[in-house]
Design a protein around this ligand. Structure first.
Ligand code: GTP
Ligand code: MG
Length: 110
């Protein structure tokens, strides 16, 4: 399947990014989306949330205004041995994998 066929099946790609706190996750997403702006963040009810650096709810959706083809979910940084955060990420992936609608599922984990 080429990329344009895949595109026809998805309005927006949903991507989970996982990495340590301060590793440069947000910076990489900005580069990929060719922007320097901060993403807008929406909670699971679709309400806009004020940007809070370093504090993430994995359910929140991050979208860059200039590039709305991607929805990013940001895990809280994994610190060494952070079992609580690890369990949260696992539960999120499991929960999303059971979603009926393709648009609610995670398409990429990075
Ligand atoms: N030297 C260097 N600094 C970087 C690089 N990428 C990001 N930074 C810097 O590292 C710091 C953290 O980058 P962020 O993109 O905010 O990292 P993050 O993983 O989103 O951080 P949290 O959301 O707080 O977990 C910022 O000051 C960036 O400017 C890189 O490739 N090289
Ligand atoms: Mg970040």
């Amino acid at each position: 399947m080429d990329a344009s066929e895949i595109r026809q099946n998805f309005d927006r790609f949903r991507i989970l990014i996982i990495g340590r706190a301060n590793a440069g996750k947000t910076t990489i997403l900005q580069r990929v989306c060719k922007t320097r702006e901060n993403p807008e963040i929406y909670d699971r009810a679709g309400q806009k949330v004020r940007f809070q650096r370093g504090v993430h709810d994995i359910e929140n959706e991050m979208v860059f205004q200039n590039n709305q083809g991607f929805i990013f979910h940001d895990s809280r940084g994994f610190e060494a041995g952070g079992q609580f955060e690890f369990d949260k990420v696992k539960a999120f992936i499991r929960h999303r994998s059971k979603k009926r609608r393709l648009s609610d599922q995670i398409h990429v984990i990075w």
